[in-house]
Design a protein around this ligand. Structure first.
Ligand code: SF4
Length: 183
């Protein structure tokens, strides 16, 4: 089945634990949530087969591939994961956690959104967009290897820094790609 792909591009991972790592981003079109602060244009897209996606993604030298969106979990399948592994790619996903994932993904970043239920059983990094909400309940509910708080569209950086310093089980995540003017 063809996937609707918004874009495939090469850059550095700007956020989270892998900040600064060269990566190919495969942006899937469409999402099942409608967050008011959503800052990605993902609705437009081109239908592509898994083979076409792999061919395009593997044009670049980076080993890391980031499945993002929109919500990539709505479209990815085991065949795509297996094909990327056959090309020796390290597969990361950025998901809202509301849809189960095919097995084999190497690194799961979950950014839960208000009033949605996280159903995925394994999270490597929980990356929460901080708007002053109760993040401790979220942390208790969702087991992860790393807990990151990220300012909302760069608006409340000092508030987020303060919160992390007062609650050091969190780490700060910044959208560093925006600071240095890359995608
Ligand atoms: S879950 Fe992510 S991609 Fe979907 S609407 Fe919310 S911020 Fe945008």
């Amino acid at each position: 089945m063809k996937k609707k792909i918004n874009e495939i591009f090469y850059s550095l991972q700007g956020e989270g634990c892998h900040t600064g790592t060269p990566a190919v981003f495969i942006r899937f079109s469409g999402c099942n949530l409608h967050c008011s602060f959503c800052d990605t244009q993902h609705e437009e897209g081109t239908p592509m087969t898994n083979e076409e996606i792999i061919k395009e993604a593997c044009r670049y030298p980076a080993r890391m591939v980031v499945l993002t969106g929109g919500e990539p979990a709505l479209q990815i399948d085991k065949d795509l994961i297996d094909r990327l592994h056959r090309e020796h790619r390290y597969i990361c996903i950025e998901t809202n956690g509301t849809t189960l994932l095919p097995p084999g993904i190497d690194w799961v970043t979950c950014s839960p959104k208000a009033e949605s239920t996280v159903v995925i059983p394994r999270i490597n990094e929980l990356k929460v967009v901080y708007t002053g909400q109760d993040v401790e309940t979220l942390r208790e509910q969702l087991k992860a290897d790393h807990y990151l708080l990220q300012p909302c569209s760069g608006q409340n950086i000092s508030e987020t820094v303060d919160y992390v310093m007062q609650h050091p089980h969190w780490r700060l995540s910044l959208q560093t790609h925006k600071f240095i003017g890359i995608r």
